[in-house]
Design a protein around this ligand. Structure first.
Ligand code: NAD
Length: 393
């Protein structure tokens, strides 16, 4: 069945992977609402943005009038809420934006979703289809997409995409399950914990049909190079230091972003309303292990011997590993995250397609093969899209 997917935050790393999946592998209609902060990059959607099933609206999830209008015009069957400030270090330097977007923004999305859902509840059978067709006839933009929709109280669901960081830090043993108590450490994880609580409250208090997923660290193509893996790849290629926090022994559980996108689609289309699903790849690695593995792949794919790069002339650089530099640890740095993903496997049959080895190699190859995307992020020119200056390249 063709559905209308309202994606908030679709120009980000994970949101763009979800939209590429929806456009390339399903027949659904997609509306992408994104503010285009520094983390929003329309170039990550270049391959699908001309598809007639895709629409983009630049705007803020905190803008109640806009969000309410998009619900009314687009008539979503499914809302996937990914719009967020997502970088832990930035949340330590400036928490206010995290509280605004992650908490206030989520509450606005919930209020508008509830208002819309109540309207769906009040429609009698068949009326929803008719209303949508009439609404879509004389309009352009998102409401034109809604012409194919038959959003009903049965089809509607609100999916909040969240993180395993809400659970805090683990010792050497144990895994986060859906029952693990919340214990966030950073302003980022505290703001995501708050937004998860709001989503649950809208379900328990008002009956809004919600789903929540908490996922481990993602990696893969189109990730902004402030995050560990792309930062290391791009720094290494330029001969810059590879900064590792503390002793590099913090453990993260890694998942390829395209496996995450598939898991999200499974949950939102097949998951049980009101449930939480943890998503992870059983790929626990220390940060130092990740950087070493990246250096091994780079040493193989872009060997330093015979390379024209300036820094290779330095006697002390024989492998990319020689660029590793230890820097002061992040305050409140959680020691270990690890996800028990048995529920999503048992209930929905989801398992990741990539191992860490295959996914990491593909990721390095992607950054090597997509120099223009990387260049535009590094020189800031990708942000011209915020002013409407989008070039076809
Ligand atoms: P991202 O920072 O790459 O993208 C966030 C997107 O949201 C950007 O396109 C940005 O422009 C947009 N945005 C920010 N503020 C907005 C606002 N006020 N209104 C509208 N749009 C706004 O983040 P990501 O890595 O793609 O993460 C997406 C979601 O998944 C987040 O909620 C994050 O907490 C969660 N998550 C991320 C990871 C990970 O490893 N990246 C893991 C688990 C969960």
């Amino acid at each position: 069945m063709k559905l209308n997917f309202f994606i908030a935050g679709g120009a980000g790393f994970i949101g763009s992977a979800v939209i590429r999946f929806l456009i390339n592998e399903t027949d659904h209609q997609v509306l992408n609402l994104d503010k285009l902060t520094y983390a929003g990059n329309l170039e990550s959607l270049a391959a699908v943005s001309s598809n007639p099933r895709y629409q983009f609206v630049q705007g803020d999830v905190c803008d109640r009038a806009l969000v309410s209008k998009l619900f009314a015009d687009f008539k979503p069957d499914v809302v996937m809420h990914l719009a967020a400030e997502s970088h832990v270090d930035r949340s330590i330097d400036g928490p206010a934006e995290f509280i605004q977007t992650n908490i206030v923004g989520t509450s606005v999305m919930l209020e508008c979703a509830l208002e819309y859902w109540k309207q769906l509840l009040s429609l009698r059978g068949g009326e929803a289809d008719e209303a949508i067709h009439i609404d879509g006839m004389d309009r352009h933009g998102p409401s034109a997409l809604a012409m194919t929709s038959g959003a009903t109280k049965e089809s509607f669901r609100f999916h909040h995409i969240s993180t395993d960081e809400v659970y805090g830090s683990l010792d050497d043993t144990g895994l986060f399950t859906e029952e693990t108590a919340y214990d966030p450490s950073s302003p980022y994880s505290a703001s995501k914990a708050s937004s998860d609580h709001l989503v649950r409250a809208w379900h328990r208090t008002y009956g809004l049909p919600v789903l929540i997923t908490n996922c481990s660290n993602n990696y893969g193509p189109y990730q902004f190079p402030e995050k560990l893996i792309p930062l290391m790849i791009l720094n290494a290629l330029e001969g810059k230091p590879l900064p590792v926090y503390g002793n590099g022994q913090q453990i993260r559980d890694w998942l390829h972003v395209e496996d995450h996108a598939r898991a999200l689609y499974k949950v939102v289309t097949e998951g049980r309303i009101g449930e939480t699903y943890n998503i992870g790849g059983y790929n626990e690695k220390t940060n130092l292990e990740v950087v070493h593995r990246l250096c091994d792949i780079l040493d193989e794919l872009v060997p330093l011997s015979g390379s024209p790069r300036d820094f290779v002339a330095r006697d002390d650089v024989n492998s990319y590993k020689d660029l590793i530099t230890y820097v002061a640890d992040r305050p409140g740095h959680d020691q270990r995250y690890a996800i028990d993903a048995s529920k999503i496997k048992k209930d929905l049959g989801w398992v990741p397609a990539e191992t860490f080895e295959t996914g990491l190699r593909k990721t390095v190859e992607w950054y090597l093969n997509n120099a223009t995307w990387c260049q535009h992020v590094q020189d800031g020119s990708y942000q011209r899209q915020r002013l409407g200056v989008i070039e076809n390249e």
